[in-house]
Design a protein around this ligand. Sequence first.
Ligand code: AMP
Length: 504
Amino acid sequence: MDILRNIKEYAKQNRMAINCDGEKLTYKELDKLSDKVASYFIKEYSNDKSPIVICGNKENLILVLMMGALKSGRAYIPLDVTFPVERVKQVIEEVNAKIVINLTDGDLEFDGVHTKESIEDIIIKYNGLDVSEEYWVKDDENAYILFTSGSTGKPKGVQISSDNLDSFNNWFGKYMKLNDDEEVIMNQVSYSFDVSVIPIYIGLIYGKTLNSLSKKTLEDFKSLFNNLKESKIKTWVSTPALAEMCIRDNTFNKDLMPELNTLFFAGEVLSKKLIKELMDRFPGVRIINGYGPTEGTVLLSAIDVTVQMIEDKRGIPIGYPIEGGILKIVDEKGNILKDGEKGELLALGASISKGYFNNEETTKKVFFEEEVEGKVIKGYKTGDLAYYENGILYYCGRKDFQIKLNGFRIELEDIENNLRRVSNVNNCVVFPAYKDEKISHLVSFVTLNKDNELSSLKNSILIKDELKKYIPSYMIPRNMKVIKEFPININGKIDRKKLMEEIK
Ligand code: AMP
């Protein structure tokens, strides 16, 4: 894998690989420490290649463990500290993990779970060992598995292989026009979400220093801005949600981050309002809009944003397809549509995942194979609606109940199915509420099993408290209304339209 090979090359120089809240790790340390943990995985778990679950936030040790997993020929599964223990356990069971590393304070009750201390002991014990390339993850073997919200209420594990990553890295590195100069790239997005693959892979392949922003730093505006000021970040990588939060502060400008020359966004709609503001505050900075689902290895298309795009009556485009990939727009019968015609976006190419881990049924629904010029290639039905205009793609929303809230991908049915697990909940519906054409929060309507004579507010507090055990906090609806019964439409179904009118 290029990432492991290049880390070894940069390790020969005195280069900084990561800086998280002042804690630093050089390329040399990253290389040596990951060799040590890889040696341990290979020796102690020689007969088992199941993926390695890593729970934590942005600790430097996580990158050591990820690289160690890859060097030992195993995939890693990063689970963010915000995931409730119940959801972590679901994932561990699903993948039948034998190696679980927990850097959080939560108790996982998993036999032999590793902690920071036990990993540090391993690092001392496995001194001076180098893992040869033949052990490394290669070709179609999984490099990582990311669990995304699933409509059944159970997260789906998207499997990404070494080949998938090569396809993405080769295209995107060139698109970004990166060389191996020592510079700083922002590492903000949680490792559980695929935009974080950009700083990890593109960053480490090109010898950059990852400026990791921990949850603690992100939660405190003053710490965040101090960090940005000190960071010397040249390449910004985030969802638009973080930049939208930052521009609320007038000091978010070129004076705060004088080295910044590229702002890269992906994961949700990039608004013209945000772009205008950023162009004013960071004159001359390159702004890129990237688009793609986790299933397509981070990105399927990208485009440099121009002033003309802001003036155009269409939305900001999501760009030109990845090199070597095919993105086509089809109608409900699968016919390819002409320029300007809206339909579902299907993606084909070497960056498309082999499917969801241990979930053939859902895999079959959205993944397919097609013969192109005598070669069978993988395809994925994105569920996104889009159209082409002169070779450029424009995004126009979803076909289903998947949404993005503050950059997080959420299936509304995932919340509903988990709400129904709450002891006194009989039935429920969850809706997004909009402000300035953007989803601002979630609203849910709930009916109870037993009328307990508590107020709607008190019930909603109790329900939210129990719901926290099943889903991460970003998925908990902010507004919850307890009602006696749902309005029914003429088809005998819950009248969602009527309920939605109530939240306008
Ligand atoms: P995720 O798997 O979390 O990366 O989410 C993928 C989904 O986010 C896509 O299928 C789109 O619906 C949405 N998305 C990603 N990037 C963009 C973008 N630049 N503009 C609009 N929607 C986006």
